[in-house]
Write a protein that binds this ligand. Sequence first.
Ligand code: CU
Length: 199
Amino acid sequence: MHFSTAVSVLALAGSSLAANHTIRVGGQSASDLVFIPNNVTAAEGDIVIFKFWPKNHSIAQAAFAKPCEPLANGFWSGYVPTTDTTKAADMSYSFEVKNASQPIWFYCTQAQHCQDGMVGGINVATNGTGNTITKFIDAAKDASANVEPTATVGSGLSMTMANGTEMPSGSATGNAASPLEMSNLAMSGAFGMLAYLFM
Ligand SMILES: [Cu+2]
């Protein structure tokens, strides 16, 4: 019995290395059209959790060259309307980074939010001569339209129903132990944390 417990802990130990990164969708004020932060650096296996704030935002994956247009087979959350300014919406979306060397770009499809700067990236450059987040924001300003994906809502993402409390950004294991978390990803994070404690 004891032995099998030890084996499970070892088996789960790998997941303790995965980190959660929380991105706030929507600003401190509902009129702030931003992702906070608008870029994160994530390793393979890390989970990026999108937490939605007022009023009614979305996340859709784009290509760098076309900031406000859906990437074929990219992720798409659909709209997550919420009015409570004191907490994130109950519904959040998670994206697992499977290839950390591949920059991922995304935007909000609502109205002109993309053009207004509501864009972001995962593992994208923040400076230099290549494709930077600043260039992506600038290119978005010039986009002629903000295009909504036709893909299935929620595609490419894991939905999480949580109690709405914000997870700390960039923390090693997040607070995935939150009792109302139902996502498998969050659960693996919680077990990963236990495994970490055992080591
Ligand atoms: Cu928006």
